[in-house]
Write a protein that binds this ligand. Sequence first.
Ligand code: 26M
Length: 825
Amino acid sequence: KTWKAGMRGIPNTVSDITNAIVYHVQSTLARQAYNLDNLGAYQAVALSVRDDLIVKWNETQMQYTRKQPKRAYYLSLEFLMGRTLDNALLNLGLKQQYKAATHKLGFNLEDLIDAERDAALGNGGLGRLAACYLDSGATMELPLWGYGLRYHYGLFAQHIAPDGSQLEAPDPWLDTDNPWEIPRQDVTYDVRFYGHAERIGNGKAVWTGGQEVLAVAYDVPIPGYSTNTVNNLRLWDAKPKRGFDLNSFNAGDYDRAIQENSSAETLTRVLYPNDNHMLGKELRLKQQAFWCAASLSDIIRRFKQVEKPWSEFPEYVSIQLNDTHPTIAIPELMRMLVDEEDVPWGDAWAITTKTFFYTNHTVLPEALEKWPVPLMEHVLPRHLQIIYDINMAFLQAVERKWPNDRERLARMSLIQEGEPKYVRMAFLATIGSAKVNGVAELHSHLVRETILRDFVDFFGKSKFANVTNGVTPRRWLDQCNPGLSNLITDAIQKPKAVWLKDLTLLKALEPFAEDSVFLKKWALIKHNNKKHLADYIKTHLGITVNPQSLFDIQIKRIHEYKRQSLNLLGVIHRYLTLKAMTSTERKKVNPRVVIFGGKAAPGYFMAKLLIRLIVNTARTINADADMKDILTVVFVPDYSVSLAEILIPASDISQHISTAGTEASGTSNMKFCLNGGLLLGTVDGANIEIAEEVDSNNVFFFGHLTDAVEDLRHQHKYHPIPVEERSPALAAVLKEIEEGRFGDPTIYQPFVDTIRLSDYYLVTDDFDSYVEANKMVDDAYVKDPEEWTKKTILTVSRMGKFSSDRAIMTYAEEFWNIEQFAIKF
Ligand code: 26M
């Protein structure tokens, strides 16, 4: 029997739901229904939905405890959840009822949904992927838990200063009550830092002294779509172990008394805002160690309930490491087994290496985590000893396989020699895991051929796999684009509860590409989504954009490798070309709206400078009367999950134009295509697999391939040729910037110089073919609008592979060896 709302006390009739909401208004919030604002109404509705989630959460967890299936744990320092209310209502199948109930109370449900703040506990792709995987895990009825940190401040809010530059403001998202978490003051663990580790023989040691901090669990229920399963995301908060030091307090030294206190609480204060860049900060290392130690204590406590020998631990537990951020969990599990549970070292290592799995998300050298040995010795003295012991045994095995190969030993050592020495976390994650994977075919290939090449030689190929990323079609189609989702449902004659769980069924849409009535309906939905975005842009930025234009969108973290620079330089080139035309010629041109969005890491000078140039270029172009209704440029500030839900359904074209070989996968490329936006991209990451699926006719590719990149960089360095010779078109663009057309050129000189003088990301090499590709886009869009619409239908119909359900099932079957476990009601 499958679960239905209304069972086990979950209200499902409109009047029951209305009563539940009124109850929360009056009793939980202690407010009156007649003078309630949208925020208050949102909170009452959320509390009512939370009650529903908790009923199913309890049932799910009870059945897991009773049957003890093998479980998987997803360790991620980031879960970029966005908003929860709409998603929860859709997954529970209660949206219509709540719409009616809130209407009865005098509210519009969509306004209440909009009152929720985003949970921005992540930077970008890696964090959003973790959120999609939780949704898919629950939907596929897998016993999968997430573990992360309860940051009090999420990713900073982005403002644009009058001069066009990015300003960062804190994101105190917990200042308004968070109804989606359940505090568990009873689930706590001690975590130690600093102090002294003394070896006592047999590989064991005793670690004492230092600082002890308390980890407190907060549980976030994760409902599956149209299932009974409600899984758990457990986030740790840090608390001082003892309130405060009474001695100092009594002696009148108040500052000293609360010092230890505040030091504990800084641990979970804020998410580090770096993306694809390593930063060797002590507090970041403590965040990692704190979260890993608490999560493992919790996992071990649960394992002890089954009363099985330690050797069976990997039969009950698999742990996925989301990048190297949780790698310290490997020595931590060794420490717990060896020092605290008396498991012999060799047995402990066998257990550990069957338990962990490591996903790599980048091959950029500056993003690979390395911690200075002196820092690690100071903060985690016992872990460093264990790392040295692991390294010793490992290098002995390498020496046995390749005797007298000192260079190889130096290359493969967990310790990078130098002053100071560094611990190489990707290597530790690799040797401590049963499997290692990249996130798209090309990326996994590069992992095997470059950063982990020696390790492939040592362990053999079978340990190194690929799992191409995916996205949840619930949030990224049904929730953000209900018009399209409903049209698809009508067309393919399958209930949503069926096709949204088996996205390959979208292929039944293909024949509709030849149905002219359907084409019109399809095009109208896109048009309405564009109008919706145009409204947003008008109200928030005061810029008028014409929904008849081609909407061209690039939204992602601002980073040199992602080449928003190429997009901007292309926009300026377009502007110059249009300016050179007569006004009659211009009237014939296909109008375009180019939209940028994304945050720069606060310490990333070049990325912040680029934002400033984008904003000021947009101002110049939008103020030019010649460009009216022909070219409009918009920088949407404070890009977020919720903004993505408005932007993605409105795109005709989206840009994914990283230097070949640099973008591990990309996931927004999948979201755009799933919403009928076509790709303009390089042959990189998951773009390649998208083109394989949807047919390369439906993708606009340009630029050099991965193979060429190394040689080109070599040429740049040793045989530089001036931009004027390599791309006259680009040289003309740079000249305009340098002559001050978009504001004081001295400000932008460092940007122009990187392109002119080093150009590590090969903007000059790809510029002309990028301009060409854009012409192809214009032609395809203008010459035959119906053909364009067909392309978008065929694209959507062939996107089935990119559901995160497929990805999570691959992890479940090929890595974790866990089974689907239906919750019975
Ligand atoms: C590291 C050290 C200190 C502070 C922060 C970090 C850090 C944080 C996030 C490093 C990397 C981070 O994220 C990298 C990331 O988002 N990678 C992206 O992962 C996506 C999901 O697999 C891919 O689709 C993207 O291509 C990849 O760039």
